[in-house]
Write a protein that binds this ligand. Structure first.
Ligand code: FES
Length: 104
């Protein structure tokens, strides 16, 4: 699989997200409060809200529409109404640059 460049790590602050619209469905690259960078499908599995409009807490993101909280590492929701996990993708940091490998 090929790694795709996203941004400089320094340009992605804690709690920030970048929506990659060139992928269908779009991918959200999100930096959790631990400093770890994650990539997940941006579209909530419940009613299609964008996680890039959500709220980062720890290494989770809360959906802005109905407040299900998703683990950024596994993509699994912690609470209803969402019950289905969102797809995750591989993130690689190399020489201060963020790359993703899309898993689909
Ligand atoms: S759209 Fe995300 S929890 Fe409903």
């Amino acid at each position: 699989m090929t790694m795709f460049y996203v941004c400089k790590l320094d340009d992605l602050e804690i709690g920030d997200s970048i929506k990659l619209e060139q992928y269908k469905p779009p991918i959200a690259v999100i930096r959790g409060e631990s400093g770890q960078v994650y990539a997940i499908d941006d579209t909530c599995t419940h009613a299609e809200a964008s996680f890039c409009d959500g709220f980062v807490e720890g290494d989770t993101v809360e959906c802005p529409l109905h407040m299900s909280v998703f683990c950024l590492k596994t993509g699994a929701p912690d609470n209803p109404p969402a019950i289905k996990a969102v797809a995750t993708h591989i993130v690689n940091i190399k020489d201060g640059d963020v790359f993703i490998e899309v898993q689909r």
